[in-house]
Design a protein around this ligand. Sequence first.
Ligand code: FAD
Length: 470
Amino acid sequence: MSALVWLRNDLRSSWHSPLDYAIEHHQQVRALYCLTPQQWQQYHLAPCKVNLIIDRLRELKTELAERNVELFVIDSGDYQHTPQAIIDFCQQHNIQSVYFNAEYEWDERVRDKQFKKLCDEQSFNVAKFHDTCIVRPELLQSKQATPYKMFTPYFRTWLDELYRQFPQPQALSVASIVSPAAEQLELASYYQQTHVAAYSASGDDIYQQLSCFIAERAPDYGLTRDFPALDSTSHISHLLAIGAISAKQCVFMLQQEYAEKLNEPTHGVHIWLKELAWRDFYRYVMFHFTHVNKNLPFQKHYRYFKWNTDQAHFKAWQNGMTGYPIVDAAMRALKATGWMHNRLRMVVASFYCKHLMLPWRWAEDYFMSQLIDGDFASNNGGWQWSASVGTDAAPYFRIFNPTAQSQKFDLNGEFIKRWVPELSSLSAKHIHQPSKYVDVYKLAYPLPIVDHASSVANTKLQFKQFIELS
Ligand code: FAD
């Protein structure tokens, strides 16, 4: 009997439970990926991310062929039409078993429910697997049997569960019947315009990138991770976002190399493990508190908070023209590369929410439209945290000073000079706050669009008054 592996955000050929299971239990296995351009547009998916998916599918076709699995790609338009498109595909290819990995976003869950209903009507066999997170969201709850709302207690239980059932690779096997020759994937018509060459989709390159980080940079991660001019983080978020790397594989590789260090709270590898747990945590929040999927803040009363709607400020922020060099460098880097360092994401998000007091939802969409690693859960979680409306949110009165952040994490202005060439002649002392020392008009660089002290004071007042009233 033939089986189908329905690929989603798990575009890899190993560390893939549905694929391993299908190969083990069926004579012939096919894989299917559904392009959903209408859905992608609705989610503001960045063109560079769409291109990455398409590049990855090309590579995956060859990798899967090595396991005798043929990859098909169809265009099902959007999620509403996807379940029927898969049923039609199964009927055409005489398939009666479908396997896939769970996804926890609300729209994806609705789609999967609809698919399951159609399968039940056709008496198809369907099985869902759980490779998306390192620890499944259903498995963790507080002592009061409620979902966690804070990261720290969640992380403690997460670690216990991780050690209870540490991820292990499955032996790779191949399907027994050789699949037909792979045809060329003709996908070039999607979003041709933006292609970020720096991102390789080849399986070998991806593995190399991960193993290189784990062997060389992970031990120092705790010391170096906050400095954007250094190449010190793993830079794998785009690969995790499309599932070209399995988060479970990352943990397994850490354990292989650093078993004794993994549980040392101050060691770089433990700190990196914790970042992977943040990724799980935001999926956990999305799964248990479904309103965050529906444009609502986690702390629901904040839906009534009055944000500013100044379009000129929004544009200046998007274009890296705020007059705050670290913010501008980060925003320009995002536009040019599709990626931003985590420290900078926190700095630009804090500036946006607390200095400009603009609506976090606008920025969430803008980030998605630019990021090659755009991921609903992490992006939504990051923005809600920065706006002080989410789980475990930054308290509203603790606001980043962008100049102090710049002096601390880009001391010599190396990162700023890379992206704001107007300031390249300035000294390390002057570059973080140029308008204080030089005539910025002569440099064709803007004056700060808001004053730090007064905008922060105003934001604190707005939050305080809102909390007192609600
Ligand atoms: P590393 O530092 O090497 O960390 C390893 C992995 O852990 C990352 O690849 C990522 O999968 C995960 N991770 C690290 N930090 C976080 C975090 N704070 N939250 C969740 N997961 C984390 N990450 C995304 O993958 N997609 C997004 O759309 C996204 N949007 C964000 C928006 C805002 C406002 C903020 C503050 C953070 C956002 N992040 C997002 C989290 C984080 O900035 C990136 O994951 C990280 O910068 C990716 O770089 P790296 O792969 O080198 O990470």
